[in-house]
Design a protein around this ligand. Structure first.
Ligand SMILES: Cc1ncc(COP(=O)(O)O)c(C=O)c1O
Length: 357
């Protein structure tokens, strides 16, 4: 793909801040391209990060036809930068696009846009001690017309920003509220797509859970409200000693790239791992009896996030003494060492981007 590059001017040049939380600081450049029926993708450009101007009638503002992704760039010990499985991320972007009746992007061009963006803003990739560069590809429906139908035009953009830990107190295990009233997705719905509506629908119960002292919500299946699905922005796994179980992909949960990496990595670290249909009552019983020794979320933003407490129907269930356990810690170290390039990558997951002006 031929990407036109319009670098920021000297006056617009910014320096990365000393500290940053998740999702609040953005790098100087962004990628954009537009799509129209009959014309396809055009005007691929990297230019200054800045606001869009959209008429109030713009389709996405009314009918939520949008998709997004989340992936990261990691600072290697030698100063270069790693992307982690960007190809899988591009393919999931296209699967979400297909579900939301949006046009596919060329996966190679999508990855190339990320590479060029990161090479240009390489100074914004933090040192490992400080965090990572979060990458947020997005596509929105831009037709300026009302009417419930697939838009005739789209905007695809990619922005990036340095990020620290996803959770405010990253060293403490999470408290997770199990929702038995609201559901996130049903079979045939959009649960497996990364589309904004899934997240909008989760906010009410997330607020309710926060008021009760929980940081995240665990979703159960939409029909029986009995089988464990996933957490707000992560997949979930439970350890019975060295045996890890995670819910099977049923079409209602997001097929996490970190989840897939853990499925491949765990056996090489001496853990057994299986995908199963997990009955919440059995899991809670096993937590109460101590058979479940650890629970942890799995996702790009939080990597491996131990869960120390579940709340279900007014009762608390403490896992592993509310401490970080050896399975979560082992997986986290092995995975992040590959991501940051401080351990070899026998799986071919990383794409190296040189960091040079
Ligand atoms: C709902 C949901 N489940 C799971 C995940 C984990 O997916 P990944 O590991 O690809 O980040 C995410 C994050 O993208 C998510 O939003």
């Amino acid at each position: 793909m031929n990407i036109k590059v319009v670098p920021v001017t000297d006056a617009e040049k910014r320096r990365p801040p000393e500290s940053f939380s998740f999702g609040s600081t953005f790098s100087p450049h962004m990628f954009t391209q537009t799509w129209k029926v009959g014309e396809g993708w055009q005007d691929a450009t990297i230019g200054p990060y800045g606001p869009f101007s959209l008429p109030p009638s713009t389709a996405v503002l009314h009918y939520g036809q949008e998709i997004f992704e989340g992936t990261k760039a990691y600072r290697r010990p030698d100063g270069d930068i790693n992307l982690f499985r960007p190809w899988e991320n591009a393919l999931r972007f296209n699967r979400s696009a297909a579900r939301m009746a949006m046009p596919a992007v060329d996966p190679e061009s999508h990855v190339e846009a990320m590479v060029q963006l990161i090479a240009l803003d390489h100074a914004w990739v933090p040192r490992r001690e400080l965090g990572t560069l979060y990458i947020r590809p997005t596509m929105i429906a831009t037709e300026p017309a009302l009417g419930v139908r697939a838009s005739q035009s789209y905007l695809h953009f990619i922005m990036t920003g340095p990020t620290g830990s996803y959770f405010a107190n990253a060293s403490k295990p999470l408290a997770v509220y199990i929702s038995d009233e609201y559901v996130r997705a049903v079979r045939g719905g959009t649960g497996a797509a990364k589309t904004g509506g899934n997240y909008a629908a989760s906010l009410l119960v997330t607020e309710e859970a926060a008021a009760k002292g929980f940081q995240q919500v665990l979703w159960l299946d939409g029909v029986e409200r009995r089988y464990v699905e996933e957490v707000g922005a992560m997949n979930i796994a439970f350890a019975y000693g060295k045996h890890i179980v995670t819910p099977t992909l049923t079409g209602t949960i997001l097929p996490g790239i970190t989840r897939d990496s853990v499925l491949k990595l765990a056996p090489d670290l001496g853990f057994e791992i299986s995908e199963e249909r997990l009955d919440v009552h059995q899991i809670l019983k096993d937590i109460a009896s101590g058979k479940v020794t650890e629970a942890f979320g799995i996702g790009t933003a939080a990597v491996i996030a131990p869960v120390g407490r579940f709340g279900y129907q007014g009762q608390d269930y403490i896992v592993g003494g509310n401490e970080v356990g050896p399975v979560a810690a082992g997986l986290r170290t092995a995975l992040t060492d590959i991501q940051y390039g401080s351990a070899p990558d026998p799986y071919g997951w990383t794409l190296r981007v040189p960091a040079r002006d």
